[in-house]
Design a protein around this ligand. Structure first.
Ligand SMILES: Cc1cc2nc3c(=O)[nH]c(=O)nc-3n(C[C@H](O)[C@H](O)[C@H](O)COP(=O)(O)O)c2cc1C
Length: 271
């Protein structure tokens, strides 16, 4: 990519973050009374649905918010141990779980906030080591708090999707978030994309805090290869595409020094 292309794309990126005017003359599809898109994807008709456990009271959660905020950090070194199904269930519920509804079918109310309660994401989880689940890529069915098997990928494909980030490929579970843009465009038109990415930040932070409360580790991933992820998640890359990933795994104190190695360049380069 040459300097000119980089500059053009950078300017587009800056414009996308701005909100110069909130015009009342800009009619959304919602204003035009066009049909509302689905609130979440339903299961494929021919897939087996696996209900997730909800007995979260059985988890040994650290419920002290001050502790969690102090200890939260990105953790990239995971042990070989599996996650339990209940832990995975809690993580998925923390990130996208449905707690209620606004009206019959107007909006879902979830564990995360969302501009206009549009909740324009789907969540998929690649399972390598979760007790009671076959390895594979599952779709999280937010409406019923269940999983459906979606696909499988090889280790090589996983590394391509993760843009070569080997530490992430070793996690027992990797959450993939896709955007379903018309869900937020229907209400927010030209402002939709900026608002959606702000929404996604809340999703990521909920996951960080939920993982911390379970004494697990997670780390946001913004550097991934979208086309590879889309292919393996079986989404079309236009009406639905990958926007964010978070691996989750068990961590041990002794891994702290390995974790520090990720930033050894800071000392080495005197930064
Ligand atoms: C949106 C987002 C994307 C990130 N992408 C990556 C990534 O691709 N690779 C990585 O190693 N860390 C990634 N991180 C982790 C950041 O590097 C980390 O949050 C930052 O260094 C601050 O450290 P802390 O989370 O421990 O406070 C990402 C974090 C966020 C929130």
């Amino acid at each position: 990519m040459d300097e000119k292309e980089i500059k053009t794309l950078t300017d587009i990126g800056r414009d996308f973050m701005k909100c110069p005017v909130w015009s009342e003359t800009l009619l959304s599809d919602q204003d035009k009374k066009l049909p509302q898109p689905e609130l979440y994807h339903e299961a494929d008709t021919d897939s087996e649905v696996l209900p997730l456990p909800r007995n979260f009271e059985d988890l040994d959660l650290n419920e002290n918010l001050f502790d969690l905020l102090c200890s939260r950090k990105s953790r990239r070194v995971y042990t070989e141990e599996a996650l339990s199904l209940l832990e995975l269930s809690f993580l998925l519920w923390s990130a996208q779980g449905v707690k209620g509804r606004r009206g019959e079918k107007y909006a879902t109310l979830r564990t995360v906030p969302s501009g206009g309660a549009r909740h324009g994401f789907e969540c998929y989880v690649e399972v390598t080591r979760v007790t009671g689940l076959e390895p594979g890529i599952y779709h999280y069915l937010a409406g019923s708090h269940a999983l459906e098997l979606r696909n499988r990928q090889t280790e090589e494909e996983r590394l391509q999707a993760l843009a070569g980030q080997k530490w992430a490929a070793r996690a027992p579970a990797i959450l993939y978030f896709t955007a379903v843009p018309y869900r937020f465009e229907w209400r927010y038109t030209i402002h939709a994309h900026r608002i959606a990415l702000v929404d996604l930040g809340h999703v990521g932070e909920n996951l960080y805090l939920a993982a911390e409360a379970l004494k697990l580790g997670t780390c946001g991933i913004g550097a991934f290869t979208q086309s590879h992820c889309d292919k393996v998640l079986k989404v079309d890359g236009d009406n639905e595409f990958t926007v964010y990933l978070q691996p989750v795994g068990r961590v041990k104190d002794r891994e702290e020094s390995e974790e520090a190695a990720f930033y050894s360049f800071v000392t080495e380069e005197g930064l």
